[in-house]
Design a protein around this ligand. Structure first.
Ligand SMILES: *[C@@H]1O[C@H](CO)[C@@H](O)[C@H](O)[C@H]1NC(C)=O
Ligand SMILES: *[C@@H]1O[C@H](CO)[C@@H](O)[C@H](O)[C@H]1NC(C)=O
Ligand SMILES: *[C@@H]1O[C@H](CO)[C@@H](O)[C@H](O)[C@H]1NC(C)=O
Ligand SMILES: *[C@@H]1O[C@H](CO)[C@@H](O)[C@H](O)[C@H]1NC(C)=O
Ligand SMILES: *[C@@H]1O[C@H](CO)[C@@H](O)[C@H](O)[C@H]1NC(C)=O
Ligand SMILES: *[C@@H]1O[C@H](CO)[C@@H](O)[C@H](O)[C@H]1NC(C)=O
Ligand SMILES: *[C@@H]1O[C@H](CO)[C@@H](O)[C@H](O)[C@H]1NC(C)=O
Ligand SMILES: *[C@@H]1O[C@H](CO)[C@@H](O)[C@H](O)[C@H]1NC(C)=O
Ligand SMILES: *[C@@H]1O[C@H](CO)[C@@H](O)[C@H](O)[C@H]1NC(C)=O
Length: 835
């Protein structure tokens, strides 16, 4: 009878004793953390608000526990919380604490000595936390450390020898500090586990490289750039069989690079530029199986390049400018099809350029200026990604190859100071050149005007045979007569051809018009309205009258039609040349009609016949952005422009990312951005490829758009449309908004498109401010410059460098917010403005 209560009592006792033990253990860990919090946190912080006894310790921000029972704290990760205050020694009493990360805080104190008591630590990260003072030797007591990251602080003094006894270290990062003096020669003797060594950007270090570096037999990456290392690289480096990346640039080395570095067979990248290295360049480097990047510019290396014939190579980047290399440009340089940069200016290379020197399909930068190269410049056909070509200050002869004009992203050409002859090829006018320096050659003939308009005249000087406006020589009489006569003839021929073509076209149009009028009433129209428009199909068709046309686009005319209700709609008439069936068209257009985003025009319905598709859109009263840009009377004010930029970016980002399936616009331009009553932008004209079919779309675009400046340069060599091409077009619209210029000026001859114009201004010193629309108040210059920078990224000639649309949205959003708040401060009026 008495046993039952006794048993219960016993059970109760056991259970309470269990709870008390667990809670006492975790509460002692909890107390340690709370004491850590109370010292590190300084007043205003919310980030550790859940560090309170009400929440289980293991759920506190930044705390991780072991899975053992009871759990114990193994990791404290409080990076990026702006913590200040002092680091309490209490955490070193946590028996299982192995990871401590306080990176990116505002600790502003020396490294606490008592950290050395945290004997179970495996990783310690204090990167970028405003630490100062010296690195205490006592840290060497934490013998279990494998990761020590103290980078980006202001730690000073010598690197203590004690670091050398942390035998388990795999990562040692002391980069970007203020360490000084010599690196103790035996410090690396025992760090045989090290994988990453970073001592970079400690400009006050002044030391030879310790021979013991060779003991780091597992090391993969060594960063020692931006310090004060001098003398040479020790032979012992050949022992680093795992070494993949070594960076020693921007030091004061003045010795040799041992040939044995060519035995580091895993090496992928070596950067030893900006030093005073001299002697023979280690030839073995060129043939390493994994080598990709060799940068050795601004040294005094001598030697020749191997011919690269018959050895497979992964080289991507060769930069050896400003040395004393001699010999010829390698015969096999064009065979390295990964090479994207080859610069070897300011050396002693001589002889001809190999025919294939530009054959790498990814090559984008060639700089062989300031050598003694001769012969003619080979035709460049294969390097479709070439952006910059400099062959200045050599002894090249012959003509400027006209094949350059086929390299659509070529933007910088410097052929100055050679002995080139002949005329400047007219075809080069196709390129959007930001730099075209052909000064000091023997060129002759008249200069293609649009090629050089907007560029400084100094790019042409020193060619006594060149003539034309702005040059000292006007083209001499006989020549001009001849050329003007022949060009007169050509003009006449063109004029006649045009007139004839126009007549045909007019006749054709007339016929088509007649036909379609007749047909439209008889033929088989089928319509789908997604909204009730209060108008019948036949009424709609009847009102497609010439006098209702409000726009003519390359895909067809746009009509404004007034509904019986008094509202207006816009109808775009597309020719159904692809002969898409009603069923296909319906499926495609239905998808488009599902787009619901405030910055895309709403599709209200469509009519379909065998020859024509009519797309019915909402009508927007403020016309297009293109029209507004032409309206010089009342230029849009800045907030409105930013509002338009942001809205259009959001619309495009929606098409790219949120619309299902994802859509490309493929024809974005300011005329396709419509503005409603409140200047809310609405993109139109997207998805037409879906409505009329890809083949028909392509043939229209190919005939009409080839030279339009909204089109990304790579579109010339790739038929596949990409998001990046839309981003490019958007960048051009952004340029229009901040310059107040239309993308293409209507008057021909000297006019250059906006992209070329902006690039040329940027390329000239102190002309950047001329780019911004003078109608925008100076007080927003900062913001405008940041939009300019964004626009330039969007129109980067390298598609991969362009930002994604959602990134563009983010950037514009922040500019828009700033502009708006500045405006409110300066007491100006609200956005849906006085226009
Ligand atoms: C603590 O975290 C665990 C695991 O993530 C979760 O299941 C539990 O609900 C959390 N407790 C509290 C009070 O937040
Ligand atoms: C830290 O401070 C910076 C600058 O004041 C601020 O931008 C950032 O949001 C802060 N971070 C946190 C986590 O409080
Ligand atoms: C809090 O920080 C301020 C400066 O950031 C400092 O002056 C003050 O002494 C700190 N207080 C504590 C208790 O650490
Ligand atoms: C230390 O933390 C910083 C900031 O999060 C991080 O970038 C860095 O990679 C960390 N260091 C190591 C060695 O993991
Ligand atoms: C390296 O290890 C040896 C043997 O354990 C020891 O004598 C020497 O002091 C260590 N060197 C350093 C720099 O810690
Ligand atoms: C060439 O390198 C030296 C240092 O080696 C430097 O002083 C000089 O400015 C460099 N010249 C050019 C044109 O970069
Ligand atoms: C151009 O050729 C002339 C004679 O043919 C020669 O004197 C001159 O040095 C050459 N100029 C250059 C830059 O090679
Ligand atoms: C440019 O490319 C076109 C088409 O690929 C070709 O017909 C033309 O000959 C090329 N022009 C030059 C100068 O190589
Ligand atoms: C054009 O070339 C000449 C001759 O090499 C040079 O003096 C001048 O600085 C160059 N101009 C530009 C803008 O590169």
């Amino acid at each position: 009878m008495a046993t039952l209560p006794l048993l219960l009592l016993l059970l109760l006792f056991i259970s309470t004793s269990i709870t008390t033990t667990t809670s006492s253990s975790s509460s002692s860990e909890q107390d340690l953390l709370l004491s850590f919090k109370s010292s590190i946190i300084n007043g205003s912080h919310q980030s550790l608000s859940n560090w309170s006894p009400n929440t289980p310790t293991c759920n506190w921000t930044g705390i991780s526990c072991s899975t053992s029972s009871p759990p114990s704290i193994t990791s404290i990760d409080l990076q990026g919380l702006n913590l200040t205050g002092s680091i309490s020694s209490s955490i070193c009493q946590l028996p299982h604490l192995s990871h401590l990360n306080l990176a990116n805080n505002l600790l502003s104190q020396p490294i606490p000595l008592h950290l050395s008591q945290c004997s179970s630590l495996i990783t310690l990260n204090f990167s970028n936390s405003l630490l100062w003072g010296t690195l205490p030797d006592q840290l060497s007591q934490i013998t279990s450390l494998t990761v020590l990251d103290l980078s980006h602080n202001q730690i000073e003094g010598q690197i203590p020898l004690g670091i050398g006894s942390l035998k388990s270290l795999q990562v040692l990062n002391l980069g970007s500090n203020s360490f000084s003096g010599a690196v103790h020669s035996s410090i690396f003797a025992n760090l045989t586990e090290l994988l990453l060594l970073d001592l970079s950007q400690n400009p006050s270090l002044s030391s030879e490289l310790p021979v013991e570096l060779g003991r780091l037999s597992k090391v993969k990456r060594i960063f020692m750039q931006g310090c004060g290392f001098f003398a040479g690289i020790p032979e012992s480096i050949l022992a680093l069989h795992e070494l993949e990346e070594i960076s020693l640039h921007t030091n004061s080395f003045t010795g040799f690079v041992p040939g044995s570095i060519g035995k580091c067979s895993s090496l992928e990248s070596i950067q030893i530029q900006d030093n005073g290295f001299y002697g023979e360049f280690p030839a073995g480097l060129w043939s390493l199986p994994e080598i990709r990047i060799v940068r050795a510019e601004n040294n005094r290396f001598s030697g020749e390049l191997p011919d690269f014939v018959g050895v497979p190579s992964l080289l991507e980047q060769i930069q050896i400018d400003n040395n004393s290399f001699t010999g010829r440009i390698p015969k096999g340089i064009g065979l390295i099809n990964t090479l994207y940069r080859f610069s070897a200016s300011f050396n002693g290379f001589h002889g001809d350029l190999p025919e294939n020197f530009c054959d790498s399909p990814v090559l984008s930068i060639i700089d062989l200026s300031h050598n003694s190269l001769s012969g003619s410049i080979p035709e460049l056909r294969k390097c479709r990604k070439l952006v910059s070509l400099s062959l200045a200050d050599n002894s090249f002869t012959g003509n400027i190859p006209s094949s350059l004009a086929n390299l659509s992203v070529l933007t910088y050409i410097d052929l100055s100071s050679n002995n080139l002859t002949g005329e400047i090829p007219q075809e080069l006018q196709n390129l959007k050149l930001a730099l075209f320096n052909v000064s000091f050659n023997q060129l002759s003939g008249s200069v293609p005007l649009s090629l050089v308009s907007g560029l400084p005249a100094s790019f042409l000087q020193g060619n006594p045979g060149l003539c034309g406006p702005g040059l000292p020589n006007q083209c001499i009489k006989t020549e001009r007569k001849k050329s003007s006569r022949s060009s007169g003839l050509i003009f006449a021929a063109i004029a006649i051809a045009f007139a004839f073509g126009f007549m045909l076209l007019a006749l054709g149009l007339f016929a088509v018009h007649r036909l379609s009028c007749k047909k439209s009433l008889t033929s088989n129209w089928r319509s789908v309205f997604f909204y009730s428009l209060g108008i019948r199909e036949d009424e709609l068709l009847m009102s497609l009258d010439e006098k209702n046309i409000i726009g003519r686009g390359m895909f067809g005319d746009v009509y404004k039609i007034k509904l019986p209700t008094g509202e207006c709609i816009a109808v775009k008439k597309l020719s159904n040349s692809g002969k898409l069936s009603f069923r296909t068209a319906k499926a495609e257009i239905r998808k488009l009609a599902k787009t619901r985003q405030k910055n895309l025009t709403k599709l209200l319905g469509f009519c379909h016949s065998e020859n024509v598709v009519l797309l019915i859109h909402e009508y927007l009263s403020n016309g297009s952005l293109g029209d507004s840009l032409c309206n010089l009377e009342s230029p849009l004010e800045l907030t409105v422009r930013m509002h338009i930029a942001l809205g259009a970016a959001q619309g495009l980002a929606y098409l790219h990312k949120d619309h299902s399936p994802n859509l490309l616009h493929r024809n974005l331009k300011s005329n396709n951005i419509l503005l409603d009553m409140d200047f809310e932008p609405k993109i139109t004209g997207f998805g037409l490829d879906h409505v009329i079919g890809e083949t028909a779309y392509q043939s229209i675009v190919a005939s009409e758009l080839a030279s339009c400046c909204y089109i990304a340069p790579e579109q010339g060599c790739s038929k596949k449309a990409t998001e990046q091409m839309d981003v490019y077009s958007f960048g051009v619209v952004l340029l229009e908004l901040i310059t107040g210029r239309k993308a293409e000026m209507p008057e021909p001859r000297e006019s250059i498109d906006i992209v070329t114009w902006v690039r040329r201004k940027i390329n000239m010193t102190n002309a950047t401010h001329q780019i911004l629309d003078p109608n925008i108040s100076n007080s927003f210059q900062q913001e405008m410059l940041s939009v300019l920078e964004l626009a330039l990224r969007c129109i980067s000639v390298v598609p991969d460098k362009r930002p994604k649309m959602d990134e563009v949205v983010q950037s514009l959003l922040s500019v828009y917010t700033t502009v708006q708040s500045l405006r409110i401060v300066s007491g100006e009026t609200s956005i849906s403005s006085e226009h």
